[in-house]
Design a protein. Structure first.
Length: 420
């Protein structure tokens, strides 16, 4: 008879735990609290041992000094006593003087008290000097050890400061004992990794979406231009084509603005010397025709101001500011002032213009995407509503900032500050 096969056994349970491994004895983990306790407790113990040793040596020296004989007997025929430390004994025990035994004992007692007091004063003064020296050494050693213990915090702070400058690729990668600081650094690195993935995915999405939208818009523009070039097309169809072409052009500007905004959110990796005066001059040349058509005068002094950055993005800053200054101006006798200079070790691009009165509480709204003064920008034909948003984003990517202030009498004053 064949043997019955044994039932299949259950597979072994996995021994790997995806969670953070816990030590066998958590209380033996070298935490900062335990390390600081051992460090400063050991320093206190060593300082106490050194202080006790010094006091012991000083006390032994004081006792040795205090045990020296107070007097010596010169002769026995007629008692004669001599002492170098106690002049009173010389007077009381001299050969030519007859004093009572009580006076002689009092002189000896006074001399013993004087010598004991001198020994105690000497011990106190030397002990204070020893304590002062140990205090200086202890503070210096404690300062050095505290700096060594807290050095990982400095590393974390420097990395956080670099990340604040839009460099999400930086990591702490702290080595050393598995304590609270390393746990904090590892948690911070994990957070930066997730942030970098999120920002990269967002920028990739915006870039891909903008790229995908370019193709149909380009096709629409080509088809509209072909139909408009037909001389036999009806007037109504040509008017409709021009309207659609203007709408298509606005959509293309919006896509280009979104793509540029996504690019400007990244930190500028490749930097080259760029003169803001040259960048501003090129922007002035590009808006010169539009300014003449609107009767706006462009003036100002452009002094050399060289910064490290991306020339194309910096030119976009000047161009967007100038386009806004020209388009949002007064109908007659308007002007735009463009200055570049170095102030307090920083490069400054200054753009001021005449225009409608801007309330101070509306300034922050001007830098929001698709926003304009009091209304949504989507209904305007002067732009796509991303100009100042792109300017602020590019300035931040270069480590600078932009400040807008209402101008007295109407208009705005834009001040872009960039590090040299």
């Amino acid at each position: 008879m064949a043997a019955t096969p044994a039932p299949p056994q259950a597979p072994p349970k996995p021994t790997w735990d995806p969670r953070r491994p816990q030590p066998v004895l958590p209380w033996l983990r070298p935490t900062i609290r335990i390390r600081l306790t051992l460090l400063y407790g050991g320093m206190f113990l060593i300082a106490g041992i050194l202080l006790l040793s010094i006091i012991y040596l000083l006390a032994a020296q004081a006792i040795s000094t205090g045990n020296q004989p107070l007097f010596k007997i010169v002769g026995f025929d007629k008692l004669s006593v001599s002492s170098d430390n106690c002049p009173a004994i010389n007077m009381a025990g001299g050969t030519s003087s007859t004093v009572s035994l009580g006076d002689f004992n009092n002189a000896i007692a006074q001399c013993v008290d004087h010598q004991r007091q001198a020994a105690l004063d000497n011990l106190l003064s030397r002990s204070l000097l020893a304590l002062l020296g140990l205090a200086v050494i202890a503070f210096a050693f404690g300062y050095a050890m505290a700096g060594r213990v807290l050095s990982p915090l400095g590393r974390i702070t420097r990395t956080a400061r670099a990340v604040a400058g839009s460099d999400l690729s930086r990591r702490i990668e702290l080595d050393g004992p598995d304590d609270e600081l390393k746990e904090l650094a590892d948690t911070f690195d994990d957070m930066l990794e997730r942030l970098q993935r999120a920002f990269t995915a967002q920028q990739r999405f915006v870039g891909n979406a903008s790229h995908e939208l370019r193709t149909p818009l380009a096709i629409n523009r080509t088809l509209l231009e072909v139909h408009l070039s037909d001389p036999g097309a009806p007037v109504e169809l040509q008017q409709l084509g021009k309207t659609l072409l203007a709408t298509n052009e606005r959509s293309e500007q919006l896509v280009e603005g979104l793509l540029l905004l996504a690019r400007s959110d990244n930190q500028i990796v490749e930097r080259k010397p760029v003169d803001l005066a040259e960048v501003a001059s090129q922007a002035v040349d590009q808006v010169h025709a539009e300014a003449e058509a609107k009767g706006v005068t462009i003036r100002g002094a452009r002094k050399p101001a060289v910064v490290q950055g991306n020339g194309v993005l910096l030119e976009r800053i000047a161009l967007n500011l100038l386009q806004n200054a020209v388009r949002y101006n007064v109908p007659e006798d308007g002007w735009v002032e463009v200055n570049t200079e170095i102030q307090h070790g920083q490069a400054v691009l200054y753009v001021a213009n005449t225009g409608p009165v801007v309330p101070a509480y509306e300034i922050d709204n001007l830098f929001e995407p698709f926003r304009r003064l009091r209304t949504e920008r989507t209904g305007s034909d002067k732009g796509v509503g991303l100009g100042l948003s792109i300017v602020r984003s590019v300035a931040r990517a270069h480590g600078g900032h932009i400040v807008a202030q209402p101008r007295e009498g109407g208009g705005l004053v834009m001040r872009v500050t960039l590090p040299i």
